[in-house]
Design a protein around this ligand. Sequence first.
Ligand code: G3H
Length: 287
Amino acid sequence: MTAREWFTRAEKENFAIGAFNVDNLEIFKGIVTAAKNKNSPVMVQFSPGEVGYFGLKNLVDLVINAREEYKIPILLNLDHSRTVEDCRAAISQPGFDDVHFDGSHLEIDENIKNAKDVVAFAHSKGVIVEGEMDKLGGSSEVHEEEIDEATLRQSYTDPKRAAKFVKETGVDIFAAVCGNIHGTFLNQKDLDIALLTQIKGALPDTFLALHGGSGTPAEQIKLAIKAGIVKVNINTELRVAYHDALLEKLGESPNEYKIYSFSNEIAMAVAAVVENKIDVFGSAGKA
Ligand code: G3H
């Protein structure tokens, strides 16, 4: 099934597909192991920084091989790409299902112009496109402060503007901003489900993505899925699971230099987080 078919099914059956960022091999293995255990489709995604680390061709080969080895649906997305060139490079690599052109740092007209360019090329190759109109705050890290709600609210999506943006760009997925923010904070995230419902009402034929999934209470994620979210992005919680497991293993065996001997346990710590997310998103058993 194509990404479009998966998201269409997710919308119809009221579940979401987790879009999990990949920093390294252990995190990748944790994601695909969890998906296999849960018989669930997953999306793996690489930001430009993560692409830079792996190399575009290497990561595509990794995903294609995993599809054959694990025999579960693994969708591949380029996450938060800020240039048309990078999107075109990914689309040109057989194996990509989706690219996220993040033009939220641009003037709206520039964002629309570039997104249209990406959409035209992507659709010619059977790839779908996610667009981002409102700049999502935060960063995929552990923030030692509380969310600044007033600042956050300034970036919330206006449903009417979203409808115009989607009509003019032709994007297939829209990154909704409704209280979500990248990273984890001292206080929990509080999604505006009423606004999300209005956004979906304005975009009945467009898939909705929720960025900044880490640190969002499960009950809020479930309400967001009911309101129309079909793609939930998760990065920070995977990084934390990897980081903490590595620290623990090195603390137990500070003189162990065969770090790969820890790798599987570390990957399984990541898998435990992904399995929990799959249960919350409702995609378990859907593969
Ligand atoms: O695109 C990536 C995600 O939005 C990551 O957000 O680090 O809060 O899970 P997160």
